[in-house]
Design a protein around this ligand. Structure first.
Ligand code: NAD
Ligand code: TDX
Length: 330
């Protein structure tokens, strides 16, 4: 197997590359990544049988050549941060929609298997007291430029499956945490703010709920679907990890030896989704998948330790990220 992983130098993509490298030692992996502000070649350096092509998923020629060399494609490459999509939506339209279109056309030309990575945000949000969770049958109702372009990319995949018989599956996962996540995202931002002697920043009242999953569990779910998923199907990946943002910040503060109320409230994100919640029964029942990182506190402690031990990795991102937040008052 030679596997092409688009976006494989980003947070979830590089964790997936290391997961597959460990779990399938006979596979070759080609990372296809533009190395935007969110990608880092160090994330996949030094791994045998892993190579890197630095190119844009929107570049038809470069992508075609890479897809031709490989047996299957897992498509992670995307603009991924909601706050950025509110300031500057065009790169989201370009990479998430046009990029996915190019991936679909390339796998169609070469008859390759595709797994498309998506998000629970395509379903919009739930009320805090709604007993319902998202299932593969939930209607799409995205809120932000980010989630609407991800929703559009999923619909393109479905159309290429039905109209052209492309051999594809889709997964929609909930909020990931773990090592190598960019400091613009919620958990690493708060950890590195505390390490830098500043207070965590909670949007609005902090009542918004996210359904946390360790990125290793996302990886094992994707590998199961790639190998054993039914073609044309959508699988939801989640680990029953619902927590309010306030609870997460309080936990980070406590684990880092600070007072749990030592955070500040900042201006809320416009259009801020209230709650996400995943029902992963289909993945569990059909493919026998189970999350291994069931203890969020232990996973968070290990993640805090990783950021403590790897300032060389995150320091170069930090200043510019906080300058961007300062400019928008968050
Ligand atoms: P990330 O921003 O950390 O990484 C994205 C990667 O894609 C980077 O390496 C970047 O260089 C690369 N990239 C961006 N534009 C590109 C382009 N035009 N051509 C080639 N490469 C390009 O994102 P992430 O958090 O690792 O998310 C990866 C995928 O998982 C995305 O598709 C995202 O929608 C999805 N997802 C993320 C989460 C989450 O919690 N972070 C949850 C569910 C789904
Ligand atoms: O400083 C902050 N303070 C804060 O309260 C930041 C950066 C975020 N937040 C809130 C906003 C959200 O309610 O924390 C929550 C998580 O924020 P993000 O890390 O920006 O994630 P979210 O918007 O939920 O989207 C994430 O999960 C789904 C990923 O970024 C997406 O790529 C994925 O699709």
């Amino acid at each position: 197997m030679r596997l092409l992983v688009t976006g494989g130098a980003g947070f979830i993509g590089s964790n997936f590359v290391r997961h597959v490298h460990r779990e399938r030692p006979e596979w070759e992996i080609v990372v296809y990544d533009l190395l935007t502000y969110a990608g880092d070649r160090r994330n996949v350096e030094g791994l045998e049988r892993v190579s890197l092509v630095q190119a844009d998923v929107c570049d038809e020629g470069a992508l075609d050549a890479a897809v031709a060399m490989c047996d299957a494609v897992v498509h992670f490459a995307a603009e991924s941060h909601n706050d950025n999509s509110l300031e500057s939506p065009l790169p989201f339209v370009q990479t998430n929609l046009v990029g996915t279109y190019q991936v679909l056309e390339a796998v169609r030309r070469h008859g390759r298997r595709l797994h498309h990575i998506s998000t629970d945000e395509v379903y919009g949000d739930l009320a805090l007291d709604d007993p319902a969770r998202f299932t593969p049958e939930t209607a799409y109702n995205p809120s932000s430029p980010y989630s609407s372009t991800k929703a559009g990319s999923d619909l393109l995949v479905r159309a290429w499956v039905r109209s052209f018989g492309v051999a594809a599956t889709i997964s929609n996962c909930s909020n990931n945490y773990g090592p190598y996540q960019h400091v613009e995202k919620f958990i690493p931002r708060q950890i590195t703010e505390i390490l830098d002697g500043r207070r965590p920043k909670l949007y609005g009242a902090g009542e918004n709920v996210r359904d946390w999953i360790h990125t290793e569990d996302h990886s094992s779910g994707v590998l199961a679907i790639l190998e054993r998923g039914r073609l044309g199907e959508t699988y939801l990946i989640g680990a029953d990890g619902e927590l309010s943002n306030r609870r997460v910040v309080e936990l980070i503060l406590r684990l880092m030896g600070c007072k749990p109320d030592d955070y500040e409230h900042v201006t809320d994100r416009p259009g801020h989704d209230l709650r996400y919640a995943i029902d992963a029964s289909k993945l569990r029942e059909e493919l026998g998948w189970r999350p291994r990182y069931r203890d969020f506190e232990a996973g968070l402690e290990a993640t805090i330790a990783w950021y403590r031990e790897n300032p060389d990795w995150w320091r170069p991102q930090k200043e510019a990220t906080e300058a961007r937040y300062q400019a928008i008052g968050r």
